[in-house]
Design a protein around this ligand. Structure first.
Ligand code: NAI
Ligand code: MG
Length: 338
């Protein structure tokens, strides 16, 4: 397995080291190439994602990313020039974010029940494409546009991916989340495509909710969800709610997938570089380790993925919630269990 590794900034390198510790344990054939990208490189050289690096990344089976970001960099530079550029260049059209409440993990919700959802967020379209502009900047007449782009091709492939996942899960249930009553143009396209693709998956039960109602149900009744399919912006927001109700940012894993397999997919914890705790050795590496599980699963290494997930599930069920996390200790335990 040829893995490109982008540790990044802040706690990124700390959690990635532990992710690799666990990965090496289950996949001894691992070969890693480290890439120095992020705030530090931009500060020193002005470089974000050189074309030569992008070409090299394409030659790997997958990418593991820690986190990118530093308070010293103006907003938008790293997000657009590095993170979003990777997503668009490598056609990461599926942003996969599972949210499961593990035994032993406390949810902030009063009523705790099983929560096990798989959010499939569109990754390369919607309002995140940078289709917009500003006129009369810094005047009282300033105009700003941010156009949401939705193509039949782009929607169909992510909806299809959602159905393909739903049909393999015990509940075989898929919920489309959108705002079709107000965003009628994009919403109509999404609804029609879900209906069309659902005809090919008669075993999958389909539901629909407006994003505002869904935001409520994520908190009052998250157990109702299995697979969720949604657009880029709605997905960004509702997956943070899903992460919050299943134990928080230290456990939230994600994959940015080119489901066609043409380009390497990229796996990363949902959290950022956490400058407030960077360098202290107290970041929870579990989200990164769960992202390694997604990576193995994506590469068809199902047994290795199961080992990683079982190690995390066992560790979480036996953790002392009063005890301060030490990054390397969690990694050592997970590597020993895997
Ligand atoms: P953040 O996720 O870095 O931190 C939010 C809070 O969660 C902080 O209090 C932090 O200490 C805590 N936290 C995060 N990860 C943790 C972990 N593994 N264990 C324990 N606690 C953890 O989000 P924030 O503060 O909004 O952003 C910090 C920087 O990260 C910014 O520059 C932002 O742009 C960047 N960022 C990068 C992302 C990426 O690389 N994909 C995603 C989100 C933010
Ligand atoms: Mg987000």
């Amino acid at each position: 397995m040829r893995l490109a590794v982008i540790p990044g900034d802040g706690i990124g390198p700390e959690v990635v080291a532990e992710g690799l510790k666990v990965l090496r344990e289950v996949a001894p054939d691992l070969e890693t190439t480290p890439y120095d990208l992020g705030a530090a490189r931009w500060q020193q050289t002005g470089e974000l994602l050189p074309d030569t690096v992008l070409d090299e990344l394409r030659g790997h089976d997958a990418i593991l990313l820690g986190a990118i970001g530093d308070p010293s960099v103006p907003p938008g530079i790293l997000e657009r020039g590095l993170l979003l550029r990777l997503r668009f260049e490598l056609d990461h059209h599926v942003n996969l974010r599972p949210a499961r409440l593990y035994d032993g993990v406390r949810s902030p919700l009063a009523a705790e029940g099983p929560i096990d959802m798989l959010c499939v967020r569109e990754g390369t379209e919607g309002p995140y494409v940078g289709n917009g502009g500003v006129l009369r900047k810094d005047t009282p007449q300033e105009i700003a546009t941010e156009v949401s782009l939705n193509t039949a091709f782009g929607v169909e492939r992510v909806v299809r991916y959602g159905f393909e996942r739903a049909v393999t899960r015990p509940r075989k249930h898929l919920t489309l989340i959108h705002k079709t009553n107000v965003l009628t143009h994009a919403g109509g396209l999404w609804s029609r495509i879900v209906e069309e693709v659902s005809a090919e998956f008669p075993d999958v039960q389909v539901a629909y909710q407006h994003v505002d109602a869904a935001s409520m149900f994520f908190i009052t009744d998250p157990g109702r969800y299995d697979v969720i399919v949604t657009d880029n912006l709605f997905g960004d927001i509702v997956t943070d709610i899903a992460a919050a109700v299943t134990g928080g940012i230290g456990l939230a894993a994600s994959g940015n997938l080119d489901a066609s397999g043409t380009n390497p997919s990229m796996f990363e914890p949902v959290h950022g570089s956490a400058p407030d705790i960077a360098g202290q050795g107290i970041a929870d590496p579990t989200a990164t380790v769960l992202s390694v599980g997604l990576l193995l699963d994506h590469l068809g290494r199902t047994e290795q993925a199961k080992k990683v997930n079982a190690a995390v599930a066992f560790d979480l069920s036996t953790r002392d919630p009063q005890q301060q996390i030490r990054t390397t200790q969690v990694g050592d335990r997970l590597a020993a269990l895997a």
